[in-house]
Every structure is written in structure tokens, then in C-alpha cells.
Design a protein around this ligand. Structure first.
Ligand SMILES: NC(=O)c1ccc[n+]([C@@H]2O[C@H](COP(=O)([O-])OP(=O)(O)OC[C@H]3O[C@@H](n4cnc5c(N)ncnc54)[C@H](O)[C@@H]3O)[C@@H](O)[C@H]2O)c1
Ligand SMILES: [Fe+2]
Length: 377
């Protein structure tokens, strides 16, 4: 199995430097959130057009939000008598995943893009500035959208969705609410862990995944030991978390993620739980289920034990204790999930998420998945 990084990755020290370095101009369209952009822009004006995602819907991407934004961009192009050559996404996974769908140009709605994605020609350049430290979407070929009628999230994975450029600017993360920092970085940790035990893992994905785990977990140890987690203060080394999430993105972009993500999608889509938090709700129980089925985690436990300074037998307890100090975990019943819903969600995972379930280190049956949900209640 090959290993690839199709996106050019660079770092920049500030938003101003980024605008200069990348010669942002009139044929570019920045898609972002006003509250992410304004603190960095101040009184200055932008040399290009801008579209604010939050105007078109709340929360993570859904098909209606994407359709409204596709129309807004088409209207802007018609008004300005131009076609944007480059889309610049400045935001978290929500903004990035929406922007990926703009590479095909106009004329199609979200459902059509998902149906035809692999066959569509690419018409625009895509430059990404991530402003959370989670998804790694800046280096993956996946866009994830909730389809309202299907009650779950679907992923479109096709090579046209690889961004051309990812520019990492830690300073863009200083306005992150603590909760978003915590859920997005846990998402990145889960990308690194799930891809590490995927059957598609290679020495390359595992090496880069190990680096991502080290940066995130050592960052969490500092966050907890200095009392920042308790006072919900962001860590000082945001650039390191940002690098870690891009590394984890490279790792899972090659080796995939599995059941944690598969089980989190119905929770995210039905109960509007942020992606990283939905993953966190099921992370421990999915790995407990794998271990009950004798998955071989010797290598992963060695890596985690080295980072956490713990023996192999204690490594899982130490890991989840550390995570609980970074972010407290809500039981599923508090979201309104009951036993019947657990059975329905398990069925939807088996039917709709085989793309992810093939990456499990050991197979999980529908009954086991229902049991995992129930044990998270
Ligand atoms: N394509 C992929 O490879 C991939 C991988 C994992 C997750 N995802 C998707 O990514 C989405 C989640 O992304 P996320 O965790 O980055 O969260 P997000 O993009 O939804 O952001 C969470 C909230 O934080 C705000 N925010 C983001 N950056 C900010 C900043 N610097 N300052 C202040 N506020 C800021 C956002 O506006 C939003 O309200 C989900 O839809 C998930 O399915 C995609
Ligand atoms: Fe994720």
C-alpha cells in the first residue's frame, strides 16, 4: 500500500504575512467566519471577496447549508462578472469541508456533487488555513456533510478534493473557545490512534501518527499540570497542536479511521453534537470492545505507554483519565439517547458506514455496536 501527501504544507507566522506570501487578490474568494477573520484583520480591508459561512446555517455542514452557499458563490460570480480561480478556506473542518465542494465550479447541488464526485473535473485551486486543531481536513481528500433526510453524515472521498496548499498559522487559533480546542484536538488524537491500528497502516502512517500522539498527549499533560485545563485556558503551543492535527490528517488520509468515527456519525447528525465530542463519547468503549475481541494493540500500547510514562497494563486507564481532565465526557442518555435509539443507530452504522468499518482492527457486529452505544449511555 502506498503513502502519499498530495497537499503542499507550509507554516506562516501571521495572517498579514500569509496575505502577502500567497498574493491574495481579486480572483480569490475567502470563505470563513466573521469572528475568526475580524480579530486578525482589524481595520484593514481584504484584497479579495469574502463569504461568511455562519450566514448560511449553524453547526457542522449539512446539505441545505452547502446548497445555500453554492448559490451564494454563483450569485457573487454573476454580480462581479468573474469566476473565482482560487477558494481560500479559513476555518475549522466545517468551513474546510464545505470549501472542498467548490473545486468543481458551479451548476451542481450538494447531492449531485456527492453522487458524481469522482467523475467531475476540477475547476478551481483550493488553499486552506485551518483554525482548529482537529480535522486534518487540510490534507485529506474527504468532505463530510450531514444529509438531513438520511439522518447521518456521509463522506465524499475523491482525489479532486485534495487541497493544493495548507498553510499552518498557530496565531489563527488564539480566539478558539476552550471547548472547541479540546474537542478538535481529541478528534486529531483519535485520527492518529484509529489509523495506527487500521489494517491499512504502514510504517509511514504509524511514524507520523506517533508524532501526532506525542505532541497532543504531551500538550495535554502540560495543560493539566499547569492548571490551564481547569481554568479553560488555551495552551501556549497552539502551533504544535496544529502541526499534530495535520500530521494525524496525513496518517488517517492514508490508513483511514474506523469504528469510533462510524459510531459518532449518527450521534453528530441526529443530536447536533460537534464531531470531536461525538467521537470522544464512544472512543473508550469502542477500544474496550476491540480489546475484548483480542485485537493486538501491543505496538500502540507501547507507544502510548512511552508518552504517558505508564506500564502497558495501565495505559488505557491513564489515557482516559488524562482525557477526562481535558474535557469531561457526557453519557449518551443526557443527549436523549435510549436503548431503542442505540439499536437504530447500530443498524444505521452497519448500513451506511462500511467505508469506515473496513478499517477496524477486528470486525464489530451490529450487536456489538449496539452494546457499545448502550455502555456509553
Ligand atoms: N474532511 C475530513 O478529513 C474531516 C476529518 C474530521 C472531521 N471532519 C469534519 O470537520 C467538522 C468539525 O470540524 P472542527 O472540529 O474543526 O470544528 P468546526 O469547524 O465545526 O468549528 C467549531 C466551532 O468553532 C468555531 N471556530 C473555528 N475556528 C475558530 C477560531 N479560530 N476562533 C473562534 N472560533 C472558531 C467555528 O466557527 C465553529 O462554530 C465536522 O463536520 C467533521 O465531520 C472532516
Ligand atoms: Fe474526525
Amino acid at each position: 500500500m502506498g503513502f502519499f501527501v498530495k497537499t503542499n504544507i507550509s507554516e506562516s507566522s501571521s495572517f498579514d504575512n500569509f496575505l502577502q506570501q500567497w498574493q491574495v487578490g481579486s480572483n480569490d474568494l475567502i470563505i470563513t467566519n466573521e469572528y475568526v477573520l475580524k480579530p486578525k484583520l482589524g481595520e484593514k480591508s481584504l484584497p479579495c471577496d469574502v463569504l461568511y459561512q455562519e450566514i448560511y446555517g449553524k453547526g457542522e455542514p449539512d446539505d441545505e447549508m452547502v446548497d445555500a452557499m453554492l448559490k451564494a458563490v454563483a450569485d457573487k460570480e454573476a454580480q462581479g462578472g468573474k469566476t473565482y480561480a482560487r477558494i481560500i478556506a479559513i476555518g475549522g473542518g466545517t468551513v474546510i469541508d464545505i470549501c472542498k465542494l467548490f473545486v468543481f465550479g458551479g451548476g451542481l447541488n450538494c447531492e449531485e456533487i456527492f453522487q458524481k464526485g469522482a467523475t467531475l473535473p476540477r475547476k478551481r485551486q483550493l488553499l486552506i488555513v485551518p483554525t482548529t486543531c482537529g480535522t486534518g481536513s487540510e490534507v485529506t481528500s474527504i468532505s463530510i456533510v450531514a444529509f438531513k433526510k438520511k439522518n447521518t453524515k456521509m463522506g465524499l472521498a475523491t482525489s479532486s478534493l485534495f487541497p493544493d496548499e495548507a498553510v499552518l498559522i498557530g496565531d489563527m487559533l488564539t480566539t478558539l473557545p476552550y471547548e472547541v480546542f479540546a474537542t478538535s484536538s481529541i478528534d486529531a488524537l483519535i485520527h492518529a490512534v484509529e489509523s495506527y491500528v487500521s489494517p491499512k497502516a504502514t510504517v509511514f502512517t504509524q511514524t507520523i501518527g506517533e508524532s501526532a500522539m506525542t505532541r497532543i498527549l504531551e500538550g495535554y499533560q502540560e495543560l493539566v499540570s499547569k492548571g490551564w485545563a481547569k481554568s479553560k485556558t488555551l495552551p501556549k503551543n497552539l502551533q504544535s497542536f496544529l502541526i499534530a492535527s495535520t500530521m494525524a490528517g496525513i496518517s488517517f488520509g492514508n490508513a483511514g479511521v474506523g469504528a469510533v468515527h462510524a459510531l459518532s456519525y449518527p450521534i453528530g447528525a441526529i443530536y447536533h453534537v460537534p464531531h470531536g465530542k461525538a467521537n470522544y463519547l464512544v472512543f473508550e468503549e469502542v477500544f474496550t470492545a476491540y480489546r475484548r475481541q483480542n485485537a493486538n494493540f501491543t505496538a500502540l500500547e507501547g507507544v502510548l505507554g512511552k508518552i504517558l510514562g505508564s506500564s502497558r497494563s495501565e495505559v488505557w486507564r491513564t489515557l482516559f483519565e488524562l482525557l477526562s481532565n481535558v474535557l469531561s465526557r457526557q453519557p449518551l442518555h443526557e443527549l436523549g439517547i435510549d436503548e431503542k435509539k442505540c439499536l437504530e443507530m447500530a443498524e444505521s452504522v452497519i448500513q451506511g458506514q462500511q467505508r469506515l468499518l473496513v478499517n477496524n482492527p477486528v470486525p464489530l457486529s451490529q450487536e456489538t455496536i449496539a452494546g457499545i452505544y448502550k455502555s456509553c449511555m
